[in-house]
Design a protein. Structure first.
Length: 282
């Protein structure tokens, strides 16, 4: 059995910036299954009813009802929750905000906010759960929620240079603009590693190769760009780093099951010249 932290993949819905989940357990619920993990999205947890601890690196932070927890991308963490009734709201989000600014807080937070801030956080989480994670309104609500998070005192967690934190600066750069992702040798150099060792470490940390990770970021960014505006499909493909409209369409359809034009507007898909390409058999 592996004892070290594991990457917990978080797959956002097509074109979504975030996902919201409301979790509730009855009085007879057991303690949670522990998993020391990390992921490349940001995570906000609003604990309405809880007894236990947030484990951040080598620190244990007691959790109580009405507590806000924010875990930044790539931070090792776990939750040790006691048996009994538990309830929380979970918001996981792409750290690149719709404005294009990387404003996700860098330090963890674990506090009991003021009554006003707590009420605002719950209201924003509930609104996002109903409206979904796509579109400019969802982005604005997320930025407001993170503005409240940044008002709280930060909790500095332990970092481990042998873990995914080694890739933090690189991942931030990729998420800022996946269209300008450096080739693997340059990415390895940015992390102070040889290309071969970088490839092995990256695969171990994230569960997929560097090239697959970059392509996933590019396609997710393209999906959001398609929903947010009327930029031509071919231009969106070039912006996120694909060398040709045909290859962009091929990879997009493989990932999302629909062409970029069909993703943006199913009724208009047949009118989009950008998608009239020959598709190789899968």
């Amino acid at each position: 059995m592996r004892d070290g932290p594991l990457c917990e993949p978080v797959r956002l819905e097509s074109g979504a910036r975030l996902r919201v989940e409301r979790v509730r357990f009855a009085d007879a619920a057991p303690a949670n299954t522990r998993l020391n993990h990390f992921h490349d999205v940001g995570e906000v947890v609003l604990f309405e009813q809880v007894h236990g601890a947030l484990l951040l690196g080598d620190r244990a932070v007691p959790l109580t009802d009405g507590m806000l927890v924010y875990v930044p991308p790539l931070a090792y963490h776990d939750f040790a929750l006691s048996p009994g009734a538990k309830a929380w709201r979970l918001i996981q989000f792409d750290p690149v905000l719709p404005s294009g600014r990387r404003e996700a807080p860098a330090a963890a937070v674990a506090v009991t906010p003021s009554t006003v801030d707590w009420a605002a956080l719950l209201a924003l989480a509930d609104w996002l759960a109903v409206e979904g994670g796509t579109g400019p309104a969802a982005g604005a609500a997320l930025e407001t929620l993170l503005w409240i998070v940044r008002r709280q005192p930060a909790l500095e967690g332990d970092s481990r240079p042998d873990g995914p934190e080694r890739f933090r600066d690189l991942v931030a750069r990729l998420q800022d603009d996946p269209g300008l992702a450096p080739p693997l040798p340059a990415a390895a150099s940015l992390c102070g590693l040889s290309p071969a060792y970088f490839s092995r470490r990256f695969q171990t940390a994230f569960g997929l190769s560097y090239s697959a990770y970059v392509e996933g970021l590019r396609l997710n960014r393209a999906a959001r760009r398609l929903l947010d505006g009327d930029t031509p499909v071919s231009s969106v493909g070039y912006e996120v780093g694909f060398a040709s409209p045909s290859y962009f369409t091929q990879r997009f359809r493989r990932r999302f099951g629909v062409t970029p034009s069909g993703f943006r507007s199913p009724s208009a898909a047949s009118a989009q010249e950008d998608d009239r390409v020959s598709m190789p058999a899968n």
